[in-house]
Design a protein. Structure first.
Length: 346
């Protein structure tokens, strides 16, 4: 079983590398107007946390704070989120009033102040150009106890107007002489669709392994409904709940079982634009069992990504997994680890 999981992890990591290499550059025919009267042609990459990421005709990518922007123009299609939760799909026309833009939709033109725009994401044409994500890798070795640790992970998002698909992979393998290898691997594919305003529904399929908790393989399917409670220029909070069904295979016996669990989770993201940029993400999820009385699982993670240079970052992460009744009697109830890695965003 371990062999197949390793092959799957390598395959997904290969796909991540392929997505990075296949990231095709768009035509730069947008125009950005500054408060001081200057203007430059280029490409709007995104608008988040009060900063517009803009690629110029040269090789440079700049990030411009909203109070420096007068207006901008683009004929491309964008997914535009406002501070009141309203979402528009359209292009941008210039405004004669500073700090405003005209959002041009199919049937209307909406005169909008920049301060009310929370997020702008391009809706690109062609499969490859709809992809975005990140990948990171880390390794450590201790000669004193002959312990080596390898970590790798990443995610790819496919974005459409009404939905997005997330592919995520993570791997943390700890190897030490005269001791059993500790393997913690996960791959997941999830589909999320907007329902109304800030509400969304999602379904997903995942496979994970955690030998410290006695899990050789857990195959899981889920359905959730959630709400984007907070989405501002500096932070984002999601909450969701639902049901999951999974089958678990024990790491040290032939035991396996089907489980039905509830799930409740929240995800928080905090962004601070300094030099360097800092992006903090934290996730907490709980899985109370419906079929195994008294069993519950809790997963917690927090990571800080610190920009090194444009599109590259240093990542410091902490993870903890808890299982009150693991499938193996000899397994531990909890597993935690701290990792460092270098990553790339595309």
């Amino acid at each position: 079983m371990q062999k197949y999981i390793t092959i799957l992890i390598r395959l997904v990591l290969f796909m991540l590398i392929l997505f990075v290499v296949s990231n095709i550059q768009a035509q730069k025919n947008d125009t950005l107007y500054f408060m001081n009267g200057d203007r430059i042609s280029g490409e709007i990459k995104q608008y988040k946390y009060g900063y517009l990421t803009y690629k110029t005709y040269g090789v440079s990518t700049v990030k411009v704070k909203h109070d420096k922007i007068s207006t901008f123009f683009s004929k491309k299609s964008f997914d535009i989120l406002l501070s009141n939760g309203r979402r528009w799909f359209g292009s941008f026309d210039t405004s004669y009033m500073e700090q405003y833009v005209n959002i041009a939709t199919t049937n209307d033109t909406i005169f909008t102040p920049l301060i009310e725009i929370v997020e702008i994401m391009p809706i690109k044409s062609g499969f490859w150009r709809k992809l975005s994500g990140n990948a990171d890798i880390g390794y450590s070795y201790s000669k004193a106890n002959l312990l080596s640790q390898f970590s790798a992970g990443g995610n790819v998002r496919y974005l459409q107007r009404k939905f997005h698909v997330d592919l995520k992979v993570s791997s943390l393998n700890t190897l030490q002489e005269e001791k059993d290898d500790v393997l913690n691997n996960e791959v997941s594919l999830a589909y999320y669709r907007r329902i109304k305003d800030n509400w969304f529904a999602g379904t997903g399929l995942s496979a994970d392994q955690n030998t410290e908790l006695g899990i050789e393989l857990r195959i899981q399917s889920s359905f959730v409904i959630g709400n984007e409670v907070i989405h501002t220029n500096s932070n984002n909070l999601l909450i969701y709940s639902g049901l999951v069904i999974n089958k678990e295979y024990s790491a040290d016996t032939t035991f396996s079982r089907w489980n039905l669990d509830g799930v409740g989770a929240l995800s928080y993201r905090l962004f601070r634009f300094h030099e360097p940029e800092i992006n903090i993400t934290s996730d907490l999820s709980a899985f109370p069992s419906i079929t195994v009385p008294g069993r519950y699982r809790v997963n917690f993670s927090i990571s800080a990504k610190i920009e090194i240079i444009s599109d590259m970052y240093f990542n410091l992460s902490f993870y903890e997994n808890y299982d009150s009744k693991p499938p193996s009697e000899t397994a531990a109830n909890s597993d935690y680890h701290i990792t460092t890695s270098i990553g790339y965003t595309f």
